[in-house]
Design a protein around this ligand. Sequence first.
Ligand code: SAM
Length: 233
Amino acid sequence: MATLYIVGTPIGNLDDLSIRAVSVLSNVDIILAEDTRVTRKLLDRYNIKKEVMIYHQHSDLKKIAQVVSLLEQGKNLALVSDAGTPGINDPGNFLIHEILKELPEVKVVPIPGANAAIASLSISGFPTDTFTFLGFPPHKKGRQTFFKNLDTIPHTVVFYESKYRIIKALEELKNIKNPRDLMVSRELTKQFETTYRGTAEEITMRLGKEPLGEFVVVLGPIKKHKIEISDEE
Ligand code: SAM
């Protein structure tokens, strides 16, 4: 029976592809990629010449049926996203779920690689025996509740934010009730990688009005024992 490899790829620095990932990408029959141009760049860097097929968040059931059919024919496949680990705020979970419904005997094998949340947590200095990963805050509906709910999570929290909303997120963090340390990672593994530690006010000042790049926000545990939960909306 065929194997579907879930391959972690770099989050910026193309050197961050594991030797095992190179071997798997070189040996599978077809690579499923979120954006073929992005993946081609990575493959070229490692001189991997391989058929690349698109699989992204808008791929429909017809595309999934095509993937199932390839696995049925015994083709080994690798799924990659544009950056980091597939399935972590990237396409992959639904595909795996649907494949296993049709072909429960298919082997799904992780090839671990970079992940922005874990990379950021690893330098935070905050406890990580327990942490909550929240993906992206909602853009509009539910955004206020997202930030309000942070006061109900006593341990370390990590989430993603885009350059368009990072300043807004920091504004919202100024209003949380319970004091906690804050760290923001910008452009991890890239040329302009920067780590910001301090209060939301301090980090906002350092980022300026129109910050560029990709961001991970990490909040340390709530500092006091009593957790205050606001009941105002
Ligand atoms: N699957 C990816 C992973 O494993 O980290 C996450 C994909 S998600 C669509 C993209 C978000 O991850 C970005 O908006 C940013 O919040 C975060 N991210 C990805 N690469 C990053 C980097 N090099 N530096 C900081 N944050 C990054």
